[in-house]
Design a protein around this ligand. Structure first.
Ligand code: NAI
Length: 342
């Protein structure tokens, strides 16, 4: 039922696979940054999952109340709260999926890269603890700038000798969710049917919706392609400006992150039909990290659907070439941040 809610089957034109029928609560999910704008609604949505048995909530403040509140929902998972660095290890032990929305969000006029100095350190510290306590977990990075924080996480995990590139994910699901919504609105399609792959990275022009690969098949005028692409790329800024200083996307982000958690849990649970777009270590082109559609399995990334990057329109091909220098610089900035530390 949740797969329908999160509309993850649309790429198959709703041909639901019935090989997977038996969700049962047995997985432990940890959310780091759980009392924040994303963390709270994300924790609620994860609390609704039939696949979760333990929901561990960590933050540096205010997490006790969030956990007490959520624990009254009569869904299967047990909620536990962990406050501050001394409780982080216990939060992480045995986790199957760790989701990281910890860090500061944008204010009007800021780019995601403006968050680098604060969030890079937060992600580094949290990933060190993940490496020490649950190195086998799927790691979902939400904290921006995702284009750099994922390479930071990879470097930290490498230094700790536990890096598994198949299990480290930058969460770009919100870009897909937005693309699906905007295309459905523009073309008067039923929302549940629409699936637009979004590739590249997660900031400005590095966000590249492949509108030509939209399912169901639909044609766009050049003007529509331009308008939709720009809107999808700037959708985060649309929310930042509407919130006027009170933060960035939190509710739609929580929805998107919960969809990615649910997909990961279904994959861990043996569903062999789970596809999502995510920013991962990749060899689809010369960039070491790149978002594209992946097949998820028990061990993480099972396959990269690189065929989707073939046969691009001229517009998409140009946009792909244009995004590469910025994405490359963001990746290098993340790697350098970890490597230059003593
Ligand atoms: P927020 O400020 O409302 O919440 C952040 C939470 O992180 C707070 O509860 C704070 O106490 C906590 N935190 C700070 N330092 C921490 C540490 N060292 N350990 C654990 N927790 C810590 O921010 P919001 O709106 O929830 O955004 C969080 C992050 O998500 C931001 O970096 C934002 O840019 C990013 N984001 C990413 C998106 C994506 O598509 N990947 C979309 C929207 C936001």
């Amino acid at each position: 039922a949740l797969a329908r809610t999160y509309n993850t089957k649309a790429h198959k034109n709703n041909q639901r696979s019935y090989t997977y029928v038996q969700p049962h609560a047995s997985y432990k999910v940890a959310i780091l940054g759980a009392s924040g704008g994303i963390g709270q609604p994300l924790a609620l949505l994860v609390k609704m999952s039939p696949l979760v048995s333990s929901l561990n909530l960590y933050d540096i403040a205010n997490v006790k109340g969030v956990a007490a509140d959520l624990s009254h929902c009569n869904t299967p998972s047990q909620v536990a709260d962990f406050t501050g660095a001394s409780e982080l290890a216990n939060c992480l032990k045995g986790a199957n999926v760790v989701v990281i929305p910890a860090g500061v969000p944008r204010k009007p006029g800021m780019t995601r890269d403006d968050l680098f100095n604060i969030n890079a350190n937060i992600v580094k510290t949290l990933i060190e603890a993940v490496a020490d306590n649950c190195p086998d977990a799927f790691i979902h990075i939400i904290s921006n700038p995702v284009n750099s924080t994922v390479p930071i996480a990879a470097e930290v995990l490498k230094q700790k000798g536990v890096y598994d590139p198949k299990k480290l994910f930058g969460v770009t699901t919100l870009d897909v969710v937005r693309a699906n919504t905007f295309v459905a609105q523009k073309k008067n399609l039923k929302l549940i049917d629409v699936d637009v792959p979004v590739v590249g990275g997660h900031a400005g022009i590095t966000i590249l919706p492949l509108l030509s690969k939209t399912k169901p098949s639909v044609t766009f005028t050049d003007e529509e392609v331009q308008e939709l692409t720009v809107r999808i790329q700037n959708a985060g800024t649309e929310v930042v400006e509407a919130k006027a200083g009170a933060g960035s996307a939190t509710l739609s982000m929580a929805y998107a992150a919960a969809r990615f958690v649910e997909s990961s849990l279904r994959a861990l649970d043996g569903d062999s039909d789970v596809y999502e777009c995510s920013y991962i270590q990749s060899d689809v082109n010369e960039l070491p990290f790149f978002a594209s559609r992946i097949k998820l399995g028990k061990n993480g990334v099972e396959a990269v659907i690189s065929s989707e990057l073939e046969g691009l329109t001229e517009y998409e091909q140009k946009a792909l070439e244009a995004l590469k220098p910025e994405l490359k610089a963001s990746i290098e900035k993340g790697v350098a941040f970890v490597q230059k530390q003593p």
